[in-house]
Design a protein around this ligand. Structure first.
Ligand code: AMP
Ligand code: ZN
Length: 478
């Protein structure tokens, strides 16, 4: 299995630190608003990476943080007149809903920066003790970039060039820095901001130290893969490497993976989708027009290291492509039903079918070869389309059950690794819910409480909550 490693800028064979296990850290969003579909790209891409490792039999420990202390969160809290925590909790919940909609698995752990301050104080102290960090007169603690010989190895930047570049830009409030490329580990509080006590000043952590500490706590000093969008290579990931390796004296991550941007054409300029440019669609907005499976399918239609342009046309094309797969899966299910009532049942695949199965297995190999080659999901999807074609052209009511089952199982498995569900999410209509509630009322009238409870349970499993009130039964989706 080959992974493109930003550190070496080449595809390298994947060798885990511990056989059969993958330790993976993915930088998560800053939670001050709904996530946009640019933020969704790393979520979908690295969830697919995780799923593929699991398919290959690895046990994956997947950690992805929420940055819940940040200037933008504080600003939004001030605007709404609430505590920053209210903002971050709200958008963590909303983000989790979007992730579920995109079929992104919850991480093994989703740490939050504000819950990990003790670890940050500890790592900063270690860095000071080892001469890699220093406190300025105002209590700000900086990392001494010159003390880390390999600074620049990820972004392929040279520290001397960086220093002279930085010297051009004088930033007020940073007079306490020894060198312009030194970066903040801890900063003093400003009026009205959340803060924590520390040996240096009452304040809060810098952004980079959060990830170094959370990765260490939940995965250990050394991890297999660290990932995020390509804008994080410098300075965020470069700084994470400096902090972690200087504090732990061990190489931090073996592989660094970065997804390219999701771009959008705004007024004739193709630009990165971002909050600050105001050219974004939230995942929530897209979910009003499309099943989020379409968004996922759209994202995986391109290689993760290729820039991807978002457009209505491409979304429509993705919708149609996904539809072809789902229709094929439905036809296979139909065939299963017909055959299970007929003579095809219990028969071994016929000779011709053995040939088709061999062709299907070739396609599985093609799919795996694509995924083994730095997660080439675009080619993997092409193999799925070939399988769809094979299924469509070879399955009929005369097929054997064993053959149809096998083709269907392969289709489900290959789609599942990409996080694509082969069953259409029909959703439950209001009328269906009301009808079930009527049935429950009827059962209660007949004193068939077991049946009534059963219906309540079925509804609750569908995410429908019933409330018996004096005005009758009320219900809501939860
Ligand atoms: P942020 O909340 O800005 O820190 O971003 C969270 C994650 O989304 C990071 O991994 C970013 O690199 C990634 N990201 C943000 N915008 C885009 C974009 N337009 N395309 C791809 N990834 C993005
Ligand atoms: Zn990070």
């Amino acid at each position: 299995m080959k992974i493109f490693n930003t550190l070496s800028r080449t595809k390298e064979e994947f060798v885990p630190l511990e056989p059969g296990k993958v330790k993976m850290y993915v930088c998560g969003p800053t939670v001050y608003n709904f996530i946009h579909i640019g933020n969704a790209r790393p979520m979908i891409v690295f969830d697919t990476v995780r799923r593929y490792f699991e398919y290959k039999g690895y046990e994956v420990n997947y950690v992805s943080n929420f940055t819940d202390v940040d200037d933008k969160i504080i600003k939004k809290a001030v605007e709404e007149g609430v505590e920053p925590e209210v903002i971050s909790c709200r958008y963590i919940e909303e983000c989790k809903k979007d992730m579920a909609g995109m079929n992104v698995k919850p991480a093994t752990v989703h740490p939050q920066a504000t819950q990990e301050i003790d670890g940050m104080l500890e790592m900063i102290q270690t860095l000071i003790d080892k001469g890699h960090a220093y406190a300025a007169a105002d209590g700000t603690v900086y990392f001494r970039t010159g003390s880390f010989k390999e600074y620049g190895k990820l972004s392929h930047k040279n520290l001397d060039e960086l220093q002279s570049g930085f010297r051009e830009i004088k930033v007020t409030g940073e007079e306490g820095k020894e060198e312009p490329s030194d970066f903040v580990l801890w900063k003093p509080k400003k009026e009205g901001e959340p803060y924590w006590d520390s040996p240096w000043c009452q304040g809060r952590p810098g952004w980079h130290i959060e990830c170094s500490v959370m990765a260490k706590k939940y995965l250990g000093d050394q991890i297999d893969i660290h990932a995020g969008g390509e804008d994080l290579v410098f300075p965020h990931h470069e700084n994470e490497i400096a902090q972690s390796e200087a504090a732990n004296d061990k190489p931090f991550a073996t592989y660094w993976m970065h997804n390219a941007f999701l771009n959008i054409d705004s007024n004739g300029h193709v630009q990165k989708m971002s909050k600050s440019l105001g050219n974004f669609f939230t995942v929530r907005e897209i979910s009003e027009r499309y099943d989020l499976q379409v968004l996922r399918f759209f994202m995986l239609g391109a290689h993760y290291r290729s820039p991807l342009n978002f457009s209505a046309d491409l979304m429509e094309a993705s919708k149609n492509g996904l539809d072809r797969i789902l229709t094929a899966a439905e036809r296979l299910e139909e065939a299963q039903k017909i055959i299970s009532d007929s003579k095809g049942k219990d028969q071994a695949p016929a000779d011709k079918e053995q040939e088709y199965l061999a062709a299907a297995k070739e396609l599985v190999l093609k799919y795996e070869a694509a995924m083994d080659d730095d997660f080439n999901t675009a080619d993997a999807i092409a193999a799925i389309f070939e399988l769809v074609k094979l299924g469509n052209s070879t399955v009929s009511e005369n097929s054997t059950e064993a053959y149809v089952n096998e083709i269907k199982a392969i289709l489900e498995r290959l789609c599942g690794v990409l996080g694509i569900k082969t069953k259409r999410d029909k959703g439950v209509l209001d009328e269906e819910i009301e009808a079930m509630i009527m049935q429950r009322q009827q059962a209660r009238k007949e004193k068939n409480f077991a049946r009534a409870d059963e219906i309540r349970k079925t509804l609750s499993d569908m995410g429908i909550l019933l409330e018996d009130t004096r005005e009758g039964v009320k219900w809501k989706r939860v």
